[in-house]
Design a protein around this ligand. Structure first.
Ligand code: HEC
Length: 500
């Protein structure tokens, strides 16, 4: 409705209501305050953080929720305005003529951010107003990224941050510090007394990248220079993907050597996941408090697509939908988001919807095999299940006493596993909300969990540097595994690792 008619209608309504209580405006304009500043408002320091916090969800990159009509990711783009209002969005020197200010002040419609979101505070609004009135000047500061020097992690830092059970359920890969070790299932036949056959897991080999050098040029004798943060097997079990600080390696698992190395990541590659058909591989990461990073590669490590400015902070988890068309991501910005992947290489993924409800970092995400539900877990100790179509939360699942660090769906079942800082792993059912089983026995923070597609083998990675393998059906701990060089010294001679 044009503004003058709205005003006239409001005046009439007010007149008719004189005898009664005047009706309160549900969303009254937000007042501005006198900021009493001596220094001029500076875009980079004062304004960008506000936009980042309250507008970026919908207004960044070609994934914007307003269909890419108004991209606010840079100063230049903010000034250019949206498709509808262009230069009227920010009129330098005139906040009263600038749609951006008026919509944020709730003086015009549509108000920004929309009513479902947290509005600007008086102070934030006043900063925006002052910035425009002072001429909407360009930033004079640049965010300086800290220079990072990569060093080998100290010898004592050997958490198992990532585990992956091979699709055949007979092998488990586990990180330990900057190493990746492989353990194999061994079944001891039933003994003479007729006891049941015994399952054991034995060390098989360590994956070493021969090209890997420390910053001073020495052979690093490891899988990565820094801690290994993420591991995933391709569905055919032939490739193991490992993520670390600024790099991803694709290992030929049979040969135990790197097949492809991908660099150029902004920070740690905190998550890797394959699509069900094995054609694509997604990575999550990004530096804390900067843009989250989500990239999609073909199975041989060639860049295929990415999500641009999809999360305003580190991405911790991602999962392809069972049909491979969608990608769910989650991160430190508390959001779970879903993106539509283009079938064409080089095209950025399109934002579909977001799920909001976690009150802390969202650490892991996954889909039920029918693609109808999404499960997520977070540093708020919660596991949540969402209805994908409706975009609504179905249930909160409580049980973990500390942050829930990782989530893994068991094959093509509605059951999934979560790992937690409370030293346990739990199995849940996304369809009925049940806590199916618990896997205790770890003494410390558990970072990672994985399982064989049939759920018979469950593996977890812990701060204490130990890989734990469980019987997925009974919950019993089968093996607390260490590589030979980490085994506590025993009397009997150590067995040499099998050479490949
Ligand atoms: C939840 C999503 C969402 C959030 C958060 C949001 N917006 Fe919007 N914004 C939209 C949508 C949708 C439109 C298109 C509406 C229309 O123009 O009718 C829009 C349009 C705009 C436009 C008009 C662009 C043009 O040229 O027409 C401006 C300006 C704007 N938003 C500013 C902001 C600012 C500033 C913030 C943060 C303080 C913000 N928005 C937060 C969804 C959002």
């Amino acid at each position: 409705m044009p503004r003058f008619i709205a005003l006239a209608a409001a005046a009439l309504a007010a007149h008719a209501l004189t005898a009664q209580e005047p009706k309160k405006d549900e969303f009254p304009p937000i007042p501005t305050v006198d900021l009493k500043r001596s220094a001029p408002v500076e875009y980079g320091a004062d304004i960008a953080p506000i936009f980042e916090k309250k507008c970026f969800v919908c207004h960044t990159g070609n994934v914007a929720a307003d269909n890419g009509k108004y991209d606010m990711s840079t100063y230049e783009k903010v000034m250019k305005g949206g498709a509808k209002r262009g230069a009227k969005v920010v009129v330098p020197g005139k906040s009263g003529d600038s749609f951006l200010f008026l919509s944020c002040a709730r003086q015009v419609k549509p108000m920004m951010p929309p009513k479902t979101e947290e509005p600007l505070t008086s102070r934030e609004l006043s900063l925006v107003k002052l910035w425009i009135d002072e001429g909407a000047k360009a930033p004079t500061t640049v965010r300086v990224k800290e220079k990072v020097v990569v060093n080998l992690p100290p010898a004592l830092v050997k958490p198992v941050r990532a585990v992956a059970v091979a699709p055949d359920g007979k092998t488990v890969a586990a990180s330990r510090g900057n190493q990746i070790h492989v353990f194999e299932a061994k079944t001891e036949p039933a003994d003479k007394k007729g006891g049941p056959e015994k399952k054991d897991w034995v060390f098989a080999r360590t994956l070493l990248d021969p090209q890997l050098k420390t910053p001073d040029g020495k052979a690093a004798k490891a899988a990565h220079v820094s801690l290994v943060e993420s591991l995933a097997f391709s569905p055919d079990g032939k490739t193991l993907a490992s993520g670390s600080f600024q790099e991803l390696t694709l290992w030929d698992f049979e040969k135990g050597e790197p097949r492809a190395r991908v660099g150029g990541f902004a920070d740690k590659v905190t998550a890797v996941a394959y699509s069900a058909d094995g054609k694509y591989l997604g990575t999550g990461g990004g530096a804390p408090t900067e843009d989250g990073e989500v990239r999609v590669f073909t199975a041989d490590g060639k860049p295929f697509s990415e999500v641009k400015s999809g999360h305003s902070d580190t991405v911790f988890g991602l999962a392809f939908s069972p049909d491979g068309k969608l990608l769910a991501t989650c991160g430190a910005d508390k959001f779970v988001k879903v993106w539509e992947l283009s079938a064409e290489a080089g095209k950025a993924a399109k934002f579909v919807k977001s799920f909001e409800g976690h009150t802390h970092h969202v650490m892991g995400v996954g889909w039920t095999p029918d693609g109808k539900k999404i499960a997520s877990c977070g540093a708020d100790n919660f596991v949540k299940v969402w209805d994908y179509e409706k975009g609504e939360k179905l249930r909160d699942m409580q049980g973990h006493q500390k942050q829930v660090t990782n989530l893994f769906f068991v094959g093509k079942t509605p059951q999934f596993l979560t790992a937690s800082g409370d030293a346990t792993v739990r199995m849940w059912n996304a369809d009925n909300g049940g806590n199916v089983r618990q896997f205790p026995g770890a003494p410390d923070f558990v970072y990672a969990v994985s399982a064989s597609p049939d759920g018979a083998v469950v593996a977890s990675g812990c701060e204490d540097g130990v890989l734990r393998v469980y019987n997925g059906t009974s919950g019993a701990l089968v093996k607390a595994a260490l590589p030979p060089d980490a085994e506590p010294k025993k009397d009997e001679p150590k067995t040499e690792p099998k050479k490949k």
